[in-house]
Design a protein. Structure first.
Length: 78
């Protein structure tokens, strides 16, 4: 069995953890473990994704920005 420890959390944070429980008897350990797994992304970026990000940064540096209003109109967003 793994060792356990006590931690201090604010009452408002405890309330938030309670609201994230999938069922009333779920432990705080399970809730925190689920949140930690959501926060960690083990998947590496693909070459295409990296190239796309580098191109986007280059466009920004060259000032090639498209105004939000133009993009909204292009994609029919109001």
């Amino acid at each position: 069995m793994q060792a356990a420890t006590s931690i201090y959390i604010r009452e408002d944070l405890k309330d938030q953890l309670n609201s994230l429980k999938r069922h009333s008897r779920e432990s705080y350990n399970d809730v925190i473990e689920r949140l930690v797994h959501l926060a960690i992304d083990d998947e590496l970026l693909s070459e295409d994704a990296i190239n796309g990000l580098e191109e986007a940064v280059s466009e920004i540096r060259r000032g090639q920005l498209i105004p939000e209003s133009v993009m909204m109109k292009k994609y029919g967003v109001e």
